[in-house]
Design a binder for this molecule. Structure first.
Ligand SMILES: Cc1ncc(C[n+]2csc(CCOP(=O)(O)OP(=O)(O)O)c2C)c(N)n1
Ligand SMILES: [Mg+2]
Length: 559
C-alpha cells in the first residue's frame, strides 16, 4: 500500500521499505522533503527515531539491519546531513549491512548553498547511489541494498523528475539460468577439491566468518562434538557457543590465532569476508581453503595462497562432517581459548582506586544474563572485551568489524534495545568513543531504553598511546584528555550515572542498572597500564607461542 503524501518519492521509498519489513527509521531531518519522508513513515506505521548525529543514526539503522535482517533506514538532509552520515555509511559498507540512506538533494547542478556531489559521494563509500523519484526507483534502492552482498545505498530524493521505468528485458531470465548453471558447476568442483583436502587432513581448523551466521544451525549440527577446533571472526562470535569444546577463540589477522593455525595441516574458512581481517601476513604452512556462498563478498584479501571455493556453506559442512577423525588432543579448541584467556587475565594491572580492564569484563560477564547483547567500541578496551566476553549465540556481541570506527557502541546499543526490547543491552566504550556520541545518551533516555553504558574511562586515546610509544614520537598532548565525569554528564541528560572504582562497586552498579527500565552510564575508572601487554598478546610477538600439548608436538610453523 502506498502511503498518501504530498511527495510521491517520499511515499514510494517508505512503501518499499515497509514491504521489505523495515519497522524503524532513524535520522536527523532537515526541512522540506525530508519531512515528507518522516510523515510518510508515520502514516505507514514505521517508527521514526530522532538521533543527535547522522553517523550515529546510520549506525543505529545498520545495527537494526544486522539484528532483524530487514533493511535499515535513515533520513538525512542534503549537503551537511549526508556528509555527516558518511562514517556510518562506511561502517555499513564494510560490515555488509543493508541500509537505505534517504537524503534530500539540491536540484540545481551549479555550485550553490548546501550542494555537494551526492552521487559521487555515494559511489565513493556506499554500494550505490540511486535517484529516487517514484515507486520503481524506490524499489530499486531497497533491492540494491539487500542484494548479496548487502550494503548501504544512498537514495537521493528528487521530486522534480518523473520516475523512469526500467523495461523488463528478455535476457533477464536467460541470464539467471546461466548464472545458476555456473553456480552448480562451481559448487560441484568445490565439493571435490574440499573433500580431497579434508580426507587427507589430520589436524583441520575451521575459520567461521560473518557468512556463517545465517547457517548457525547447520554449523552446529556439523561441528559440535567433532573435535575440529573453530576460530571465529569478530562478527561470527557465538556461531559455535563459547561454552563448547570446539570454540577456539578469535581469528583477526593478529597473532592470538597463531598457536592453533601453525599446528594445523588444513585451514577451512566458512563465510569469511576479506573485510573482517586486519591486514597481516598469512603465511601458515597449512593449505587454506576459503568457502563462500554464491553471491558472498570476496574472501581472498590477505589470505595469500588460499584456494577460494564458491559453494553453499551447508555442502562444505557436509564434507567436513564426513571427514576422518581429527588427530587433535581432546578439547584442543577449548584448551587454546582458555590459554589465551589466562594470558590476557594475567596481563591485568590496576593501581589502587582503579580497575583493570580485564576486571571490568569479568565482573560484567558474571553479573549479566547470558542472553544480554553487548556492543564494543574501537580502542584498547576492545582488545580485552572481544576475546574475553563469552557468548552463547550469534549476534550477541556486536562491533564495527570492517571499519572499526569509534562512536559505534552507544548508537548500536540503542538500536539493539529498540529491536530486542526484552533483552538488556550493554555498551562497552572508551572515553574517546563515548565523547564522540555522548549526546545519544539523551536518545536512550527519551526512548526509555535499558541500555547500560560501561565506559573504560582512562582520559586518553589509549590504543593510540600504546602505538605512539614504540614509534618513539608524540607526547601526551596528542592522546590525553582532561578527566571527565561521564556519570555526571549522564545525569545531566537524565540517565542514571554512577562511578565504579572497584569490582564490588561495578557489580553493584550493574545489578542496579539491570533492574532499571531506563539507561545507566557506569563510569569505570580503569588503569591503562596493562594495555601494552594485551596488545603484544593479541597482535605482537608474544602471541606467537606454543600451546602446551598442542603445538610442541605438531607445530609445523609458517612458510
Ligand atoms: C572515528 C575514528 N577515529 C579515529 C579512530 C582511530 N582510533 C582507534 S582507537 C582510538 C582511541 C580510542 O580511545 P578511547 O575511546 O578512549 O578507547 P581506549 O583506546 O582508551 O580504550 C583511535 C583514535 C577510529 N578507529 N575511529
Ligand atoms: Mg580511553
Amino acid at each position: 500500500m502506498e502511503a498518501s503524501t504530498a511527495s510521491p518519492a517520499a511515499g514510494a521509498i517508505v512503501a518499499a521499505l515497509a514491504r521489505a519489513g523495515t519497522g524503524l527509521m532513524f535520522g536527523v531531518p532537515g526541512g522540506g522533503p525530508n519531512l515528507d519522508v518522516v510523515g510518510a513513515a508515520e502514516a505507514a506505521g514505521l517508527r521514526f527515531v530522532l538521533a543527535h548525529g547522522e553517523t550515529a543514526a546510520t549506525i543505529m539503522a545498520a545495527t537494526s539491519a544486522d539484528l532483524t535482517g530487514a533493511p535499515g533506514a535513515v533520513v538525512v538532509t542534503r549537503g551537511p546531513g549526508l556528509a555527516s552520515a558518511v562514517n556510518g555509511i562506511a561502517h555499513a559498507a564494510l560490515d555488509r549491512l543493508p541500509v537505505v540512506v534517504i537524503a534530500d538533494t539540491v536540484a540545481d547542478t551549479r555550485t550553490s548553498h548546501q550542494r555537494i556531489d551526492q552521487g559521487a559521494l555515494g559511489r565513493s563509500v556506499a554500494k550505490a547511489a540511486v535517484t529516487v523519484t517514484g515507486p520503481p526507483t524506490a524499489a530499486r534502492a531497497v533491492a540494491t541494498a539487500l542484494a548479496a552482498p548487502p550494503g548501504p545505498v544512498i537514495a537521493n530524493m528528487d521530486n522534480s523528475a518523473a520516475d523512469e521505468q526500467r523495461p523488463r528485458r528478455m535476457e533477464d531470465g536467460v541470464e539467471a539460468q546461466t548464472l545458476r548453471a555456473y553456480e552448480d558447476m562451481a559448487a560441484r568442483a568445490g565439493r571435490a577439491i574440499l573433500a580431497e583436502a579434508v580426507r587427507a587432513a589430520r589436524r583441520p581448523v575451521v575459520l567461521l566468518g560473518a557468512g556463517a551466521i545465517p547457517r548457525t544451525a547447520a554449523v552446529r549440527d556439523a561441528l559440535n562434538g567433532r573435535g575440529i577446533p573453530a576460530l571465529h571472526t569478530y562478527r561470527a562470535r557465538g556461531v559455535l557457543p563459547d561454552s563448547g569444546a570446539e570454540a577456539a577463540g578469535l581469528v583477526t589477522g593478529g597473532t592470538m590465532e597463531w598457536p592453533l593455525l601453525s599446528a594445523a595441516d588444513l585451514i577451512v574458512g566458512l563465510g569469511v569476508d576479506e573485510a573482517e581481517m586486519i591486514p597481516a601476513r598469512w603465511d601458515y604452512a597449512a593449505q587454506t581453503i576459503l568457502v563462500s556462498g554464491p553471491g558472498a563478498p570476496p574472501a581472498r584479501g590477505w589470505f595469500t595462497g588460499a584456494t577460494e571455493l564458491s559453494m553453499p556453506l551447508t555442502e562444505a559442512l557436509d564434507v567436513l562432517a564426513a571427514g576422518p577423525e581429527p588427530d587433535w588432543p581432546t578439547d584442543a579448541g577449548r584448551a587454546v581459548r582458555a590459554d589465551s584467556a589466562r594470558r590476557l587475565a594475567a596481563a591485568a594491572v590496576a593501581a589502587p582506586g582503579l580497575l583493570a580492564p580485564q576486571q571490568v569484563i569479568a565482573t560484567a560477564r558474571s553479573c549479566a544474563p547470558p542472553e544480554i547483547i553487548a556492543t564494543v567500541d574501537a580502542g584498547a578496551h576492545m582488545l580485552v572485551a572481544m576475546p574475553l566476553w563469552e557468548v552463547p549465540g550469534p549476534r550477541l556481541l556486536l562491533t564495527s568489524s570492517g571499519l572499526a570506527t569509534m562512536g559505534y557502541a552507544l548508537p548500536a546499543a540503542i538500536a539493539a534495545a529498540l529491536c530486542m526490547p526484552h533483552i538488556p543491552v550493554l555498551a562497552f566504550t572508551g572515553d574517546g568513543g563515548l565523547g564522540m556520541t555522548l549526546a545519544e545518551i539523551e536518545t536512550a533516555v527519551r526512548l526509555s531504553l535499558r541500555v547500560i553504558v560501561v565506559v573504560f574511562n582512562d582520559s586518553a586515546l589509549s590504543l593510540i598511546k600504546i602505538k605512539q610509544k614504540p614509534a618513539g614520537h608524540g607526547d601526551d598532548e596528542a592522546v590525553r584528555y582532561r578527566p571527565v565525569s561521564f556519570a555526571a554528564a549522564a545525569a545531566a541528560m537524565g540517565a542514571a550515572g554512577v562511578a565504579a572504582t572497584s569490582e564490588r562497586e561495578l557489580a553493584a552498579a550493574l545489578a542496579d542498572a539491570l533492574a532499571r527500565p531506563g539507561p545507566t552510564v557506569i563510569d569505570a575508572h580503569v588503569d591503562p597500564a596493562g594495555y601494552p601487554a594485551v596488545m603484544d598478546l593479541s597482535r605482537g610477538q608474544t602471541g606467537r607461542r606454543f600451546v602446551p600439548g598442542i603445538s610442541q608436538e605438531f607445530n609445523v610453523g609458517r612458510r
